[in-house]
Each structure stands twice: as structure tokens, then as C-alpha cells.
Write a protein that binds this ligand. Sequence first.
Ligand SMILES: NC(=O)c1ccc[n+]([C@@H]2O[C@H](COP(=O)([O-])OP(=O)(O)OC[C@H]3O[C@@H](n4cnc5c(N)ncnc54)[C@H](OP(=O)(O)O)[C@@H]3O)[C@@H](O)[C@H]2O)c1
Length: 363
Amino acid sequence: MEKYRVGVIGGTGMVGQRFISLMENHPWFQLTAIAASSRSAGKTYEEAVGSRWAMAGEIPAEARGIVVQDAEADAEQIAGAVDFVFCAVDMKKEEIRALEEKYAKLECPVVSNNSAHRWTEDVPMVIPEINDSHIQLIHSQRKRLGTKRGFIAVKSNCSLQSYVPALHPLLKYGLEKALVCTYQAISGAGKTFATWPEMVDNVIPYIGGEEEKSEQEPLKIWGEIVDGKLVKAQGPALTAQCLRVPVSDGHMAACFMKFADGKAPSMEQIKADWAAFSGRPQALNLPSAPKQFLHYFEEENRPQTKLDRMLENGMAVSIGRLRPDTQYDYKFVCLSHNTLRGAAGGAVLLAELLCAEGYMEKK
Ligand SMILES: NC(=O)c1ccc[n+]([C@@H]2O[C@H](COP(=O)([O-])OP(=O)(O)OC[C@H]3O[C@@H](n4cnc5c(N)ncnc54)[C@H](OP(=O)(O)O)[C@@H]3O)[C@@H](O)[C@H]2O)c1
């Protein structure tokens, strides 16, 4: 199969570096262009990233010599050279919205990690195992943008990539509310311990905007399409506290859940639902899809960030410590890799889904 030619916008950043790593040896995707700010433009990727390279292993050989382009000034050239782009940039929201629409209108699909378009009504925000059907919104989005190929599809925030998949198979029991505390890694802020030494031996109880995203984005994911627009779900009610903890990669969440009166399933049933759960990526056997999306650990001291974040190449969700609670029905702990499943890996899986479902026809 001829590979899709792929560009990475924001390729020098923390998430961008993950994209570059994931493109190496990808069976469907060929890294073709890298773009970032004007600060990096004109340098080879190796020069532009320099000491910021934060991935395990070397910079992939195929990326090292690529000359980084200016994401804004060179947009037309990049859009003409690739079949689609991934986008993960640190810019103002209005600037990101404009940049992503510019690529879409240049007939270049954008699969984005940024939050700027997550609440645009006709932009699908997708966790491929959960709401793959929302990619149909692309038809109405293309009408609005006046495009044939171009569109924007986004993935949701990294904080919720563990507890939303865990809660999803339990919605059928009338899940009324959930309370979640997240313990989030520093790579989620684009940082390492070298660039953020204040985080060593420290916890910061504030991540700007994260609690609202953790409470609201699940309702879009669980929403339905009405007249070409996404109408968000009314429930379950979610409340969240998000803390930054001294961990390099991996967001943990402690979650409490309450079902409608008399409807709470047994613990055995919940574990069986988690074990049986799979979605469209597994049915289509997509290259980045974990074989088993939700893994339950019976050991009392699991999941652990260091031990379990790379489960199934960082694309699976680890769950443990399911037990009854005194105020809610049950509580449990869950973990997902924030720059793999929670960012670049989740976006690569979404791109694979869009290819398999016929939304990314090659030029
Ligand atoms: N880190 C995570 O776990 C995570 C998870 C989910 C979503 N996200 C989202 O992904 C995006 C990127 O996050 P990150 O952690 O990778 O940030 P980051 O490490 O700070 O990287 C930012 C990237 O944006 C580029 N950039 C900055 N200004 C630009 C401009 N004016 N034009 C074009 N490119 C520009 C930078 O290029 P230069 O190198 O040239 O400055 C760099 O490539 C953010 O929207 C973030 O919210 C991050």
C-alpha cells in the first residue's frame, strides 16, 4: 500500500516529538513535512529540536534532516505536499483556530491535539473506541468550510483518557454521577524535570482550565448528532480536581461513581464489562489499536505509573482497586499515558480510523 504523506505542525514540541517518533516505521503513514514557529523555520529538525528532544531513543533518522517550515507562512506549500497534517502547537486559541481552518480550507485535513476547536459544533472530538460515529460530522463541516477534502477532527483532553473509557461501558446501568481527582504528569505541560525543576519533590494543585475540560468534554464525547451538529449529553454529572504531580509521563485518576437507585451492577459485572469492551479500532484492526483497551489489575498496588503507562505501547487504559465506597457506589483508580493515548497516540489512532472509514482519500 502506498503510504499517506503526513505533516506534523508543532513537530518540535513535546507532543510533536511523539508524533515524529510514532511516524517512524508506521505501516500507513510517511513523515513528509515538519512545521513549527518562525524561530525553528529554516533549520533542520535536529537543529531546531536540539536539547529539547525528550523522547527515549534518538531522533528518527527520517526526521533529522527535514528542514522545518513555518507553519503559517509556508501553509500553502505544506498543504500541497501532504495528504493530511497532525497539529499540536502552543499558540493563542484564536490563532490556533485560524491556523487549523487555514489548512482545512487548503484541502488538507487536520487531526488536532489542540483544544481550540473542541467545542466547534461540527468538529468531531473523538476517542475512537467510544464515539467513532461522530466522524460523520465532517460532512456538515465540509459544507460550512466549502471544502471537498479539508476538515478538522480533534481528540479530547489528556486528563480524561483514563476515566471516560472506564466509565463508558457502565453508562448502561444508569450512571448518575462521578467524582474524579487526577494526578497529572509534567509532560502534559510540555515540560521535563530539566525544564521545570520546581516540580521535583512537589505537587501543584492547579492546572489552568483542566477541571472544566475534565467535566465538560466527556459530555460532548457522549453526545449525539442532531441536524449535522453535536448536541452534548445531559449526564452523568461530573466533578473534577486536577493536580500536577512529579511524574514525567502518565496521568492517574481516582474515580468515584454512583448509579441510579437500585441499578448499581456487581463488582464482578463491572470487571466483566471492562474485560469485554472493545470498539471500532479493534474491529478494524487499526495499526495503533490496543488489543485489549481496558486492563483490570487485581493486585492492590496497581496500576502504577512507572510499571503500567506503556501497556500496549501506551495505548491501553489500566484500571485497579475497584471497591465499594461509603458515599458513592464504587471507587477505582485508572491510568493512561498522556502523550501517547492522551495526545499523539490518540491522534494517530483517530487518523487511522479516518483513513479506514474513507475520510482521507489520497490526493
Ligand atoms: N503535552 C501533552 O500531554 C498534551 C496533551 C494533549 C494536548 N496537548 C496540546 O498540544 C499542544 C502542544 O502541546 P505541547 O505540550 O507539545 O507544547 P510545546 O512542547 O510547548 O510545543 C509547542 C509547539 O508549538 C510550536 N509553536 C509555538 N508558537 C508557534 C507559532 N506561532 N506558529 C507555529 N508553531 C508554533 C512550537 O514551535 P517552536 O519549537 O518553533 O517554538 C512547538 O513546536 C497544546 O495545544 C497542548 O494543549 C498537549
